[in-house]
Write a protein that binds this ligand. Structure first.
Ligand SMILES: NC(=O)c1ccc[n+]([C@@H]2O[C@H](COP(=O)([O-])OP(=O)(O)OC[C@H]3O[C@@H](n4cnc5c(N)ncnc54)[C@H](OP(=O)(O)O)[C@@H]3O)[C@@H](O)[C@H]2O)c1
Length: 254
């Protein structure tokens, strides 16, 4: 059972993030602090979150754009101040984005923008809150790894799975798929890197949820059905291949 003193959720003004804040704040014996971050706390899209903050004392709204390092650092400094020496138990990297596309219409700009938000953002946020997560881990009497002790939860998607591409028929969205595959690898790297600090790092697929983002893939449903499995119908085989570890300039970096 989840038993945390402090949680931070990114992208908490709508969709899954907002619901996470609602459920965490409404829990009996819930967290003392639910840090709900969003890009524009004063904007019209934050009204529901503001209502939650008015209802639950534990909800503290903080501005944070995960594409902006200074905004991430400012939020981390504010959380550090509010926690008064205590650590942060649970960081939920929920904020994410997608650009509607097909394999053939995909653009470099959309690929880069979605990668920035879905991969670089969670990486920078995790780095900024690492000292607080380490502190929570050190403070905890619990053995092993646990979300109640210290954890980074990266909200990923089955869309990033290489093994299971059943959702292809619902939407090709290469920008999103590639970014979530990379987020899965980031989570794996974080798991390897932070295990010795006692910080659990996982990637989590929330299921298909009817949010603004979830509906983008729904809207692409018919289009993708018509286009079938991308280039397969053109008789073009598309595969990823691992060449082994080769002693080249790139190979020598590792
Ligand atoms: N819905 C699904 O079916 C589904 C399935 C699998 C995985 N997921 C994942 O679940 C997470 C939440 O998705 P959702 O469906 O709740 O999406 P959503 O309703 O579109 O909400 C996305 C949230 O991310 C925020 N965000 C986007 N870019 C940001 C940035 N640069 N800085 C800070 N916040 C930013 C948005 O803030 P603004 O309001 O400011 O834009 C919004 O709060 C995402 O990581 C998504 O990939 C969703």
């Amino acid at each position: 059972m989840l038993n945390v003193r402090s949680v931070l959720v990114t992208g908490s003004n709508r969709g899954i993030g907002l619901e996470l804040v609602r459920q965490l704040a409404g829990k009996s014996k819930g967290p003392e602090w639910v840090f709900a971050t969003c890009r524009d706390p004063e904007g019209p899209r934050a009204q529901d979150l503001k209502s939650l903050a008015a209802k639950y004392q534990c909800v503290k709204i903080l501005p944070m754009d995960i594409n902006d390092l200074s905004s991430i650092k400012t939020a981390a400094a504010k959380v550090t101040e509010l926690l008064q020496g205590a650590g942060l138990n649970l960081l939920i990297n929920n904020a994410g984005t997608v650009k509607g596309s097909t394999l053939e219409s995909e653009t470099a700009e959309d690929m880069a923008e979605v990668y920035k938000t879905n991969v670089i953002g969670p990486m920078l946020v995790s780095q900024a809150f690492l000292p607080l997560l380490r502190k929570a881990s050190q403070e905890s009497p619990q053995k092993g790894l646990s979300c109640s002790k210290a954890a980074i939860v990266n909200v990923s998607s089955e869309g990033g799975s290489i093994a299971n591409v059943d959702g292809w028929i619902r939407g090709q969205i290469t920008n999103y798929r590639c970014s979530k595959a990379a987020l899965n690898m980031l989570s794996r790297c974080q798991g390897l890197g932070f295990a010795e600090d006692g910080i659990l790092c996982i990637a989590l697929h929330p299921g298909w949820v009817q949010t603004d983002l979830g509906n983008v893939t729904a809207a692409l449903n018919m289009l993708s059905r018509c286009q079938g499995l991308g280039f397969a119908e053109d008789g073009i085989l598309c595969i990823a291949l691992h060449p082994g570890w080769v002693q080249t300039d790139l190979g020598n970096v590792t």
